[in-house]
Design a binder for this molecule. Sequence first.
Ligand code: NAP
Length: 347
Amino acid sequence: MSRWGRHKRQEEADAANAPAQAEAEDAQVSAWRSGRPKEKELTIDSRLTLRSGLRMPRFGLGTWQAQGGDCYQAVLEALKVGYRLIDTAQMYGNEAEVGRALQELQIPREEVFIVTKLTGREHGRVAAGHALRESLEKLKLPYVDLFLIHSPRGGLLIETWEAMLHLRDAGLTKAVGVSNFGPQHLRALQALGKELPEVNQIELHCGWHQKETVACCQELGIAVMAYSPLARGKLFGGPLRQVAWSGTEAGLCIRWALQKGYVVIPKSVTPERIRSNATVFQTSLDAVQMEQLESLDRGLCTCPAARAMDLPWAEVADRKPKGKGKGNSQPQARLPTRGETWVDALR
Ligand SMILES: NC(=O)c1ccc[n+]([C@@H]2O[C@H](COP(=O)([O-])OP(=O)(O)OC[C@H]3O[C@@H](n4cnc5c(N)ncnc54)[C@H](OP(=O)(O)O)[C@@H]3O)[C@@H](O)[C@H]2O)c1
């Protein structure tokens, strides 16, 4: 059987098993959270099942501030080591480099999970469609796996969220989600009766546990994706040293977040670090170590983007974004009709 045939068969088997796997994983994650021994080990290939049934890798590479050749090399290295999720964003200006690395390695499209994010300048019904189309051109992909609203700060959230759902239905992304959304933003979407995001990507690490937002996401069935999982290096050489751990401090941070059940995306452009960050699957944390890390929560905010989580819903629900994105300057286009793609509608 061809590689593609084998892959299709595996996908069908996975789809048939999805609910059972989701249940098994729920039990597994609660065991990991408490540091109890596990029947099934976490691996670099571990995935969680989103509400829609889409399987999302638990571990991936962050690319913020990875530019040009550095970004290209980092993505190449990560994919060779076995990372299967790459997190980029329109704002990072490196989607073309991510696309170049993907093309170079020719990994079957279905095996990699590509996340990009809508920049705040392109909020709005029409602009969001233009912006995703541009991302796909840069990435040289027919679709991304997850498209996130990067931040509530871009405003016009109600119509932007509706546009995101429309883009998902049109097949340009497998799933849609948000980033830097606080509980008040998620609850407002719920109160409006909107389909809820499948993922919320927030700053989350040993120094900031985001308990309220995590609890809200868990209640609403939204997967939590932990960004800046190394606290951008701010915890290194400090309280992490109190925990007996044979690996690196970076590894300790990553392992903690994985055992808490989050999707984790450490960034590095350094080949040795990319490789060493992926060795966290060899050792697990026990209940005592997890408890020690539990006590390090200081509400340490290391990324200015995270402050958008506190914006009042009334300020971002239908306020226009600041500045003018390229998409917003395009002539107004209609929404695609059934069976039509965004590309058709925007022509
Ligand atoms: N949605 C949002 O608003 C948002 C905001 C921030 C981040 N993110 C996403 O989350 C990803 C990760 O967050 P982040 O980049 O802010 O920070 P991070 O992953 O917490 O930390 C990255 C920093 O740690 C260093 N590093 C990596 N591995 C290391 C190791 N083993 N030992 C020592 N230092 C190590 C990196 O240096 P080198 O690269 O020089 O190796 C880099 O300076 C981003 O890249 C981005 O994809 C999203």
